[in-house]
Ligand binder design. Structure first.
Ligand SMILES: Cc1ncc(COP(=O)(O)O)c(C=O)c1O
Length: 377
């Protein structure tokens, strides 16, 4: 079996240090330690953390705070992982056997897609439809979620489109999962980055029995450098993830656990979400006024959440070639759409410092203008 590499992450590791402007990732302007901690008490606590291994499944205090983000979850139902990445990897390894059907959203973050292929699973997709504002094709989901399907992986809010499922759509996904006996793996790392509302996107956790919620401090909290994520689940299968965690990481960082506790304190969490939504909203305004100056060569639907814009370009060039052009000619790194399962699109980050974003977009404009000449549709 050939190894399916993680194309998006590989693209970023190869090039993100070589460009002037990196718009290929999916976080907002990072929070500093000074931004995170609040006052002398925090400083004292952080300075006195013994740098020994933390509890293998995550420090109890942190697990308690994570549990508090969900209905019906206790601190023993939480496994703290090295980002949501480790949680997703442990889930696929623990739940899937070769030949199992795994269904993913497309376009989507293709970690579970690639992990499932590497596990020898039979991977199918259901589409988010650009013609309907990125609403999911749930009839297609019903068709591909055949009896015995092991996992339905949903990313809500979605990466790369920023689409937020309606409560009716969530309920229908739950019905489909229950009918075919699948686990819902709910990757909810963009909850808290809503652009149009202050209301946090609801979780799938608690909506049905067989659900694993995946979260992270990387995106809506602006703390990707902490490398703290989690899986929550009320079933014994959580221990199967924990057994994988012991092999892969033993534990997350103890200092990271303590800083994560600061981030999840109610007042700090609210402050970080406000900051995140400000970055997302400011970035979107800048991005949409730049789009209006591109003479219709690019189109995009407004993201409901996340610091991401998924952009359609007017050329038949493959998205990796478009990404290469942007990188070589403008020194701007974007993420090619094919890495999310959609040719003809690219994803950019709009959540960084607005000065940086506006310089990067200005650098892109002349290369965008050349695109239709490269190959007409
Ligand atoms: C949907 C989704 N899940 C998981 C991850 C992994 O994030 P981390 O490991 O930083 O928590 C990402 C990162 O881009 C993502 O977009």
């Amino acid at each position: 079996m050939t190894f399916q590499k993680f194309e998006l992450e590989n693209w970023q590791s190869d090039y993100e240090q070589t460009v002037r402007f990196n718009l290929a990732d999916s976080t907002v302007d990072p929070v500093t330690v000074a931004d995170l901690i609040e006052g002398g008490k925090d400083v004292e606590r952080i300075m006195s953390v013994p740098l020994y291994y933390p509890e293998v499944n995550g420090e109890r205090g942190l697990r308690g705070l994570i549990a508090g983000l969900y209905d019906g979850i206790g601190s023993d139902d939480v496994l703290v992982t090295v980002g949501a990445s480790e949680a997703n990897a442990a889930i696929v390894d623990a739940l899937c056997e070769p030949g199992d059907r795994v269904v993913v959203m497309e376009p989507g973050y293709r970690q579970v897609w690639g992990l499932a292929l590497n596990r020898g699973c039979d991977v199918a997709a259901f589409e988010l439809d650009a013609e309907r504002g990125w609403a999911p094709d749930l009839e297609q989901l019903r068709r591909v979620a055949t009896p015995g399907t092991r996992i339905i992986y949903v990313c809500n809010p979605n990466n790369p489109t920023g689409y937020i499922l309606t409560e009716e759509e969530m309920a229908e996904i739950v019905r489909i999962a229950e009918d075919c006996g699948a686990w819902i793996v709910a990757d909810e790392v963009y909850r808290g980055s809503e652009r149009l509302t202050e209301r946090e996107t609801p979780s799938f956790v608690g909506m049905t029995d067989r659900v694993i919620g995946v979260g992270s401090l990387s995106k809506s909290y602006g703390l990707s450098g902490l490398r703290i994520g989690w899986a929550v689940c009320t079933h014994p299968e959580l221990a199967d993830l924990w057994r994988r965690h012991e092999y892969v990481a033993i534990a997350t960082g103890r200092l990271d656990n303590h800083l994560a506790e600061c981030a999840l304190r109610a007042s700090t969490r609210e402050r970080l979400f406000d900051r995140n939504r400000t970055c997302v909203r400011r970035g979107y305004e800048l991005f949409s006024s730049w789009m209006q100056r591109q003479d219709g060569r690019l189109t995009a639907l407004a993201p409901m959440a996340s610091a991401l814009a998924f952009v359609r370009y007017d050329s038949d060039l493959p998205s990796v070639e478009v990404g290469d052009l942007f990188r070589r000619k403008a020194s701007v790194l974007v993420a090619p759409g094919v890495f999310f399962g959609r040719e003809g699109w690219f994803r950019i980050n709009i959540g960084m410092d607005t000065g940086y974003l506006s310089q990067a977009l200005d650098a892109l404009s002349p290369v965008v203008a050349e695109l239709p000449n490269a190959l007409q549709r």
